[in-house]
Design a binder for this molecule. Structure first.
Ligand SMILES: Cc1cc2nc3c(=O)[nH]c(=O)nc-3n(C[C@H](O)[C@H](O)[C@H](O)COP(=O)(O)OP(=O)(O)OC[C@H]3O[C@@H](n4cnc5c(N)ncnc54)[C@H](O)[C@@H]3O)c2cc1C
Length: 318
């Protein structure tokens, strides 16, 4: 009926970014409500919604990256520094190309989960695809969010001092990107979510065999060495997860972020290779090769000694 019906607005929150989307602190006291889906199991029921919102988050991360890079790339073709256009400086081109690589990886990662979610929503997903969807959603969300913040920051810097000025509209890109790794689950919380795949060994096995299958029988010879690196990354993840099972919960939790990043980078490697293999164009091959030349599995062996050192480090020796 348009009335507030016992919803009290305490305040509108003063946020770092996403100001076009107000966030309010509300108190609901005696507000009429209707149970959706019956009482109990609330978290389980809302979990399907998280699947959708986390996929949206990954797509928004990619969109933000694309915009930031488009602006930085355009500026590099107009701004002159040290006697020539920015785009003519080898180190600046290197910086922009690295951003493009992040974007390509994030795009493929995000749209891998879009594809799987679409199949699920149309009732076309196999059992295996449903397991992959469940496993890859937190990974894609957390990784693309982190990369979107890094790319927004780099794009700002690519404008030099102008990037720091509000009237260019660029600071807003960074402020808006920063929330992507917080809402819909922080990086750590989603890493712990991905970690559960170690406990449910069948999910991890589903993913490792999927990646190996997709990397077999490539027709572009220039991709074979990076496919070998990606398969070797999968083996290292498998061995790590076996060690993590016997090493216990503290080992697993302390290493969860490295584990999730390893899955994300390796899945992105497989996607970049597959894409290059299907397209056969030189830029796609270069992207796959450069991505695979990076560290794909930043795993942390967080045994008791390592964790004791971590605690001392965090304390600053106090
Ligand atoms: C702009 C904005 C809009 C939002 N909109 C909504 C909304 O519409 N609906 C809604 O329900 N929520 C919303 N949120 C809430 C958001 O989902 C939470 O803020 C977010 O999930 C983090 O939870 P928290 O704030 O309680 O942080 P905390 O849980 O207090 O976490 C603080 C830090 O500790 C870390 N941490 C916590 N637990 C662990 C652990 N077990 N292991 C390792 N690290 C850990 C986290 O990673 C984080 O870095 C919104 C938040 C923002 C900023």
């Amino acid at each position: 009926d348009g009335m507030l019906r016992n919803i009290r607005i305490e305040r509108l929150k003063d946020k770092l970014g996403t100001r076009a989307l107000p966030t309010a602190e509300l108190t609901l006291e005696g507000t009429p409500a209707q149970l959706v889906g019956g009482a109990g199991d609330g978290v389980r029921k809302i979990a399907t919604l998280f699947n959708v919102t986390r996929v949206y988050n990954a797509v928004a991360a990619v969109a933000g990256m694309r915009r930031a890079i488009a602006l930085a790339s355009d500026y590099a073709r107009r701004r002159r520094a040290f006697g020539k256009l920015l785009i003519e400086h080898p180190l600046h081109v290197e910086t922009l190309a690295e951003m493009q690589l992040e974007l390509r990886a994030a795009f493929l990662l995000a749209f891998r989960v879009v594809e799987l979610l679409g199949k699920d929503e149309c009732g076309d997903a196999t059992e295996s695809e449903l397991k992959l969807l469940r496993f890859l959603i937190p990974v894609a969300k957390l990784y693309t969010a982190k990369q979107a913040i890094a790319v927004a920051s780099e794009a700002l810097e690519a404008f030099g001092g102008a990037g720091y000025l509000e009237d260019t509209g660029l600071p807003r890109l960074l402020r808006d990107a920063q929330v992507l790794s917080i809402w819909e689950g922080t990086t750590n919380i989603l890493s712990l979510d991905a970690l559960r795949a170690i406990e449910r060994g069948d999910v991890l096995a589903e993913w490792t065999s999927d990646v190996k299958r997709r990397l077999s029988g490539l027709k572009v010879a220039a991709l074979s060495s990076c496919a070998e690196r990606a398969v070797s990354a999968v083996h290292r993840i498998e061995q790590y997860s076996e060690r993590a099972v016997s090493a216990g919960s503290e080992f697993q939790q302390a290493g969860a972020r490295g584990f999730a990043f390893a899955i994300a980078r390796t899945e992105a490697a497989a996607l970049l290779i597959e894409h290059a293999n299907a397209q056969g164009d030189q830029v796609a091959v270069t992207a796959a090769r450069r991505w695979c030349a990076r560290e794909l599995v930043p795993l942390t062996e967080a045994d008791a000694e390592y964790r004791a050192d971590t605690i001392a480090l965090e304390n600053g020796g106090a």
